[in-house]
Design a protein around this ligand. Structure first.
Ligand SMILES: C[S@@+](CC[C@H](N)C(=O)[O-])C[C@H]1O[C@@H](n2cnc3c(N)ncnc32)[C@H](O)[C@@H]1O
Length: 254
């Protein structure tokens, strides 16, 4: 298909903007590094060189992670107006912001159905208009899950998302086991609370347990895909397992 004049201008502006901001941020050097550890200096340098950090600031997202969810949703359509969404490991709240926008949980689109977003994190974090926040709660505890169930009040969920990451101990094997356990905890809750056709997104760190987790998820969902959004840093082991079309439970053997 031939590109219209308008499309061509848009692409040109977009490319120009991307180049400018890349150059602009590549030039920025962190100041006041005195007294900071090497890892903190590296983190600051990386933040300044990262175009997603500035883009998030300009678009009022609380952190760059917003772009990971937007990218997955743009491609795989996991959220829609009217959906009930559970966001696990939600602080500081950028996935929640995206989920509120895309499910119309704040009711801003008058003609579209209004969704609802429930967000939980170990940390306390600022309210996101349109979402119900459970701050200072460990998702893996029965108390937290009971509170979520009560809030859902019998309604089923259309998308369960987990960007949860355990505090890394630095011992690879232990950290991988912890994140895999979190994924199973989310899967168990999703199976109990999801509507037919619901979606699931869980963050994983690539490791030997992932193929089994993927197979286990596949038992209950039509499609499972391992996804690495562009906004996810290339040097991190982070991936997402994205499952679509909750099938319910297979019939019990007779
Ligand atoms: C990468 S951050 C999430 C960023 C978030 N998706 C956003 O876009 O703002 C991971 C979060 O998982 C949370 N977390 C880790 N284990 C948790 C648990 N057991 N229960 C609740 N939250 C947990 C951490 O406190 C942390 O805030």
């Amino acid at each position: 298909m031939r590109k219209t004049e308008l499309q061509r201008s848009y692409l040109l502006i977009k490319r120009l903007f991307q180049t400018q901001s890349a150059v602009q941020y590549a030039k920025q050097q962190p100041r006041n590094l005195k007294g900071r550890s090497k890892s903190s200096q590296d983190w600051l340098t990386r933040q300044l060189a990262d175009p997603y950090v500035e883009k998030a600031r300009m678009m009022n997202y609380r952190c760059r992670s917003a772009f990971k969810l937007m990218e997955m949703d743009d491609k795989y359509k996991i959220l829609k107006p009217g959906d009930m969404v559970l966001d696990c490991g939600a602080a500081p709240g950028s996935w929640t912001q995206v989920a509120v926008e895309r499910t119309n949980a704040a009711g801003k689109q008058e003609r579209a159905p209004q969704g609802a977003v429930f967000s939980i994190d170990l940390l306390h974090f600022h309210a996101v208009p349109g979402a119900t926040i459970f701050g200072g709660m460990d998702f893996t505890t029965s108390l937290a899950q009971q509170r979520l169930r009560e809030s859902l009040a019998g309604r089923q969920v259309n998308c369960v998302m987990s960007d949860m990451a355990p505090n890394a101990t630095g011992v690879r094997m232990l950290d991988q086991e912890s994140i895999t356990n979190l994924c199973y905890e989310v899967l168990r809750f999703a199976l109990a609370m999801s509507a037919h056709g619901a979606n699931l997104v869980v963050k994983i760190w690539d490791n030997g347990d992932v193929p089994k987790l993927e197979r286990d998820i596949q038992t209950y969902y039509e499609k499972v895909k391992r996804v690495k959004p562009r906004a996810s840093r290339g040097d991190s082991a982070e991936h997402f397992l994205l499952a679509r079309g909750f099938k319910g439970f297979p019939p019990a053997p007779t």
